[in-house]
Design a protein around this ligand. Structure first.
Ligand SMILES: NC(=O)c1ccc[n+]([C@@H]2O[C@H](COP(=O)([O-])OP(=O)(O)OC[C@H]3O[C@@H](n4cnc5c(N)ncnc54)[C@H](O)[C@@H]3O)[C@@H](O)[C@H]2O)c1
Ligand SMILES: [Zn+2]
Length: 365
């Protein structure tokens, strides 16, 4: 079993991330040291429930826990006020009190909605994250951000609520659909681009084959999760650092909006990273061969294939709105070298438009 310690200021905020194949079967024993009351609640979506509900229930029972499962429908729509309210009332009806722990078993959606609920129920109850998607293992499950959506937009209501423990079992990924794997892989690649060129090199060698090599998959998750954890831990001292996690996201968000959310987050971010590599060559001194290598890597994973129709003007309009909100103009995370990110302010919108066109015209379908 591997371990990442996440040191944070504030009572009970510091916690550990445990990683290892098959850890779901030991979940109950891993929770023991946290001294939770024996009745606890597992919140999950119906798909994950069907796949892993019984295993997790048994793993908890083996350590003397009685688990009550509450489920939501799979998908982004579970991140709603109505769902939070329904879950809170179910907790109440089942006698959950201030010490009762909530276990988030699922992807980023379940993690966000459970975290949100845990931060509010009785002014806050303990939370454990058990991420089952790659995206949640390396990103959403780490850092204590929680959120639900409003009709007006995503993640508009949110809180910070650190989990007491994060348990990462890469074996969950065996059943994860390819589309969801690619979504998470984009954030892994992001971690590599901003902080870890060896991680990139490894992904370049293995490609999608990584999912068939448990040891290497564990290594990749460990590296990417460590980067997110290190950035979260340093953030209180270095305000700029967390911004680096936005690599590929400035254009990525524009692309998501511009495609009317037909482009999944990971693909939008991958395209955003491809564009950011081009911009990095022009503005941050990224050597041309490194930029081309990075772009090739993203293409090889298939992120540029069969793009939905994208309205270039809508993407740029979304970027311009973003710019209006920020004093420093259009802000991009760019690379000086692979594995070395910098913040670049005041990037001209016209230049962003040029790389956008270049990538959309060079689409390989
Ligand atoms: N809090 C944060 O810091 C943070 C960071 C990034 C993203 N997010 C949020 O995360 C959400 C996206 O998370 P996601 O990509 O994990 O999506 P998700 O939670 O919707 O999961 C994707 C799909 O995979 C299914 N699934 C989950 N685990 C599975 C498994 N092991 N096998 C088979 N199917 C499985 C789910 O049922 C779902 O249909 C977004 O709402 C985003 O806003 C939060
Ligand atoms: Zn992202």
């Amino acid at each position: 079993m591997r371990e990442i310690f996440l040191p944070l200021a504030g009572q009970d905020a510091s916690h550990r991330l445990l990683l290892g194949p098959g850890l779901r079967h030991r979940l109950g024993h891993l929770l023991k040291p946290l001294a939770f009351p024996p009745r606890l609640f597992v919140i999950t979506d119906r798909r994950v429930m069907r796949l892993y509900g019984q295993e997790v229930q048994e793993a908890l029972a083996a350590a003397g826990f009685q688990a009550i499962f509450l489920t939501v429908a799979p998908g982004e729509r579970a991140k709603s006020w109505a769902v939070v309210k329904r879950l809170a009332r179910e907790l109440l009806a089942q006698g959950a009190h201030r010490g009762t722990a909530l276990i988030a078993l699922g992807g980023g959606v379940v993690g966000d909605v459970t975290g949100f609920l845990a931060s509010l129920y009785m002014r806050g109850v303990p939370l454990v994250q058990v991420p089952t998607t790659l995206l949640a293992m390396v990103d959403a499950g780490i850092g204590g951000k929680t959120a639900i959506n409003l009709p007006e937009g995503k993640n508009l209501l949110g809180t910070f609520h650190q989990p007491r423990l994060v348990v990462i079992d890469p074996e969950f990924l065996a059943t994860l659909p390819q589309k969801e794997r690619l979504n998470g892989l984009a954030e892994v690649l992001k971690a590599g681009f901003i902080r870890d060129r060896e991680l990139l090199a490894g992904l370049g060698r293995k490609g999608l084959g990584i999912f068939h090599h448990p040891d290497e998959l564990l290594e990749v998750i460990h590296r990417a999760a460590s980067i997110k954890a290190a950035i979260v831990a340093a953030d209180s001292r270095e305000a700029d650092l967390r911004r680096l996690l936005n690599f590929g996201h400035t254009l990525g968000h524009g692309l998501e909006t511009g495609s009317n959310y037909r482009l999944p987050h990971g693909r939008a971010v991958a395209l955003g990273m491809l564009m950011a590599l081009k911009l990095s060559e022009q503005l941050a001194g990224l050597p041309g061969d490194e930029s081309r290598w990075g772009q090739e890597l993203l293409r090889n994973f298939g992120y540029v294939r069969r793009l939905p129709r994208l309205d270039r003007r809508a993407v740029l309009a979304a970027l311009a709105r973003d710019k209006k909100r920020q004093e420093a103009g259009l802000v991009f995370v760019l690379l000086k070298r692979l594995g070395e990110a910098v913040i670049q302010e005041n990037v001209p919108l016209a230049l962003a438009g040029e790389v956008l066109s270049a990538v959309l015209e060079g689409r390989d379908d």
